[in-house]
Design a protein around this ligand. Structure first.
Ligand code: AHG
Ligand code: MN
Ligand code: MN
Ligand code: MN
Length: 336
């Protein structure tokens, strides 16, 4: 029985379409996928392995680290540092970039990742995921410097996430559409189940953490009020609200049935322009969403156009069904 198109086959067919491809990228992506399978295993076994709960440590974000934040970070490092495809790595869980150990060859790509997204959910068995982004190193074979990672999201060569939910799926884009694969544990391979995912331009579902309402900027408040007004209001339709507190789960729902996700700039902590990080959350998800026909802005500008200022820079995120994102972005541009 044919197993369907596997992710390995899909990547190699992509390599064939890429002039001058050396197989380096294919091999790098294969290592990332193996890491995601290993993380799926650990997350799925959870309490059986005694890996639930938090550590005493705090990461550079000021967050108390879950045991699994560190375990999954180590899995991503261990699966990717030896392959000879990378000039360096950067992660939510590491203050600085991760240099490739001297015993391994240096390569031509940079790997940026959030090893466990939504980790506050891992103890309560709600879907979590891994987000990754692949950039070209400015100088192949030279050890990466921090500034090498600070490329606009539009320069990503690949972005993807694994979601460890009722099924384990991997969703990725190379810039030619967004495609979803489901892990067949009997074969140990991801199989193409959602080719060319498309986000409906219209939606009746919005996602935001409403407990931050008093801190929102006016355009966001205006849009949410209109959603809450339902069909009697200016939007002329009733809305539904969701908030999972795992960006991967929100984005996956939106890719599957539409919606708008907002983690806006808020005045709760003026020093932070919102909670989500540009390099390993906003940029990869913006690439994935745009390739599925959606939109992703900070409210004021396209996320993929931003020039990053630091590895852990935060940005406001408004992404999903294009007509809704355009509406909210439009409200930000109206004269106050
Ligand atoms: P992470 O677990 O990698 O730190 O990311 C959590 C993020 C994102 O996944 C989610 O959308 C958001 O934080 C939830 O924030 P609140 O807990 O403030 O709702
Ligand atoms: Mn975190
Ligand atoms: Mn995250
Ligand atoms: Mn994380």
């Amino acid at each position: 029985m044919h197993t369907g198109t596997t992710l390995t086959q899909f990547i190699i067919e992509e390599q064939r379409r890429t002039a001058g491809a050396t197989g380096d990228f294919t091999s790098l992506l294969n290592d990332v996928v193996i890491a995601c399978k290993a993380i799926s295993n650990v997350v799925n076994k959870g309490a059986l392995l005694g890996v639930m709960g938090s550590l005493d440590s705090e990461n550079i974000q000021g967050e108390t680290q879950k045991k699994l934040d560190v375990i999954t970070n180590d899995i991503m490092i261990g699966a990717n540092e030896w392959g000879g495809h990378l000039a360096g790595m950067a992660s939510e869980e590491m203050d600085e970039l991760y240099p490739i150990p001297s015993q391994y060859p240096l390569g031509k790509y940079l790997l940026v990742f959030d090893p466990l997204d939504g980790s506050s959910n891992v103890d309560v068995n709600i879907s979590v995921g891994t987000i990754f982004s692949i950039l070209k190193a400015p100088v192949a074979g030279r050890a990466a410097k921090t500034e090498d990672f600070l490329q606009p999201g539009a320069q990503q060569v690949c972005a993807g996430y694994a979601i460890y939910g009722s099924s384990t799926m991997l969703v990725l884009t190379f810039g030619h559409g967004t495609h979803g694969f489901t892990l067949d544990r009997d074969v140990g391979e991801f199989v193409l189940t959602h080719p060319s995912m498309k986000i409906p331009t219209e939606t009746r579902e919005f996602a935001i953490n409403a407990s931050n309402m008093r801190f929102w900027e006016k355009p966001v408040q205006r849009y949410v009020d209109e959603c809450l007004a339902g069909k009697t209001g200016p939007r002329g339709k009733d809305f539904n609200m969701r908030w999972v507190a795992s960006m991967v789960a929100e984005v996956h729902r939106i890719l599957t049935r539409g919606g708008i996700f907002m983690y806006p700039k808020d005045t709760k902590d003026p020093a932070k322009a919102g909670k989500l990080r540009l390099l390993y959350e906003a940029n990869p998800m913006a690439f994935i969403v745009e390739q599925a026909g959606g939109a992703a802005t900070t409210g004021r500008e396209r996320i993929l156009d931003l020039s990053p200022e630091g590895l852990h820079q935060r940005v406001p995120v408004i992404l999903g069904s294009k007509s809704e994102v355009d509406t909210v972005t439009g409200y930000h541009h109206e004269k106050a």
